[in-house]
Design a protein around this ligand. Sequence first.
Ligand code: MSP
Length: 505
Amino acid sequence: MKEKFYITTPIYYVNDKPHIGHAYTSIACDVLARFMRLDGRKVKFLSGTDEHGQKVEQTAAKLNTTPQKLADENSEHFRELLKTLNISNDDFIRTTEERHKQGAQAFWKVLQKSGYIYSGKYSGWYSVRDEAYYQESELVNGKAPTGADVEWVEEPSYFFKLSAFQDSLLEFYEKNPNFIAPESRRNEVIAFVKSGLKDLSISRTTFKWGIPVPGDEKHVMYVWLDALANYLTALGYPFKTEFWPADLHMVGKDILRFHAVYWPAFLMAADIDPPLRIFAHGWWTNEGQKISKSLGNVIDPNELVATYGLDQTRYFLMREIPFGNDGDFSREKMVTRINADLANNIGNLAQRVLSMINKNCDGIVPEFHFEESDKKLLSFAFVQADKIRNEIIYDQHFSRALELIGQIATRANEHIDSNAPWKLKKENPERMKSVLYTLAECLRRIGLLLQPFVPDAAAKLLDQLAIPADHRLFHTVGAGSALRPGTKLPAPEGLFPRWEEKKPL
Ligand code: MSP
């Protein structure tokens, strides 16, 4: 039986169009999903849209449309973005779908039956932008700690007995040290839970756009309870839960509390296993500035792809900063990555090796007799592959994994320079063949490892090495699946063009 891997993106709010943050989370999940498939796992990769709540209702009213129309339109934008970014999700759930509504109501009933829901009255602060309740003590200058406006809310409400889970949650974090990543975030969550949990209002009565509370239709479910349930309803809950528990919920740091505190508590109350891990990534700024609509500096991921290229955009976002940290987007940093890492290092290596094989070996994978330095390079590539696997599987350390792949290319480029195969052509053609073979085999390993990050370019590279589609899983990285001398290669093509600044006319 193949080991399963269930990974999810957050479901995106449909009050607005997608921006770089949405692209970032989706690409990170896609890299993991592809990585795990290539590693031989049975993967379920879920994304979708979060369509209910006051924020969507208010935005629709402002735009003179209905919440459903707004949701239909923006959900489609998210779906299209996933296609544009080459995201390999297996499912896309919308919280307005029947399968979700029924599943979420079934989940409510289970919580109710287990005795963790009671009715009362909520009076306190609420932020529509964050769709979150805040304590008076959390406010900063009359605003939410996120900077969002808050309003005073007083209404009848159902509550979830979150306070009953304080000890179980702390015990759970203790027993599962890898549940929250990165470490610094884990400590924040533990401190928050230790400071005391209040019961959570889980229904609203002052607006309509939500899933009706079963048995009391004056209430709609609190949008976060509705939204979190998507991770189960998409599997077919309450009838089917194959793939549960989720192996990883990927989220931004702003929504960690919902995933690492409320969600496991709801699940414990429903007697369902909590997910195995929550990774909270950081936030992007634009040329040093916080990204916001009012500043007008929102980055449209479609534009990034149109300007710099799809694989270039994916590469930049995964390579530029250690996953978990905040990062800054700038045109200059993007261009530097494209030219230094992709064009000059990996692209140049492929170009040099494949065109020399094309010219000097009739485009056929040459015979070889390894020297020590050849073996050393190939075993370096092999060892790096193992390290990369650990970085991704245990730490989701994308930038480090790409750095390790880059190191293989750097060494391979050095191997070209120190062996100067263009000189060997006359002086020692046998040696030239061995050097080119070694380098081509090195490229094969690089191509395999690049697949999750830059799927199109990696496929192109592997095509140029005539690697059949069924020989591209990670277990083929070793010598047992090495290139066969005598294999005819197609004509080489550029992989990663250099970025040239367009001069004004
Ligand atoms: N609907 C909720 C999630 C519900 S999951 C059950 C939500 N949606 S969102 O559309 O506002 O945000 C989606 C993701 O985008 C979040 O993980 C958030 O952290 C991320 N980002 C929003 N702005 C961002 C940046 N500037 N940089 C990186 N990620 C950011 O929250």
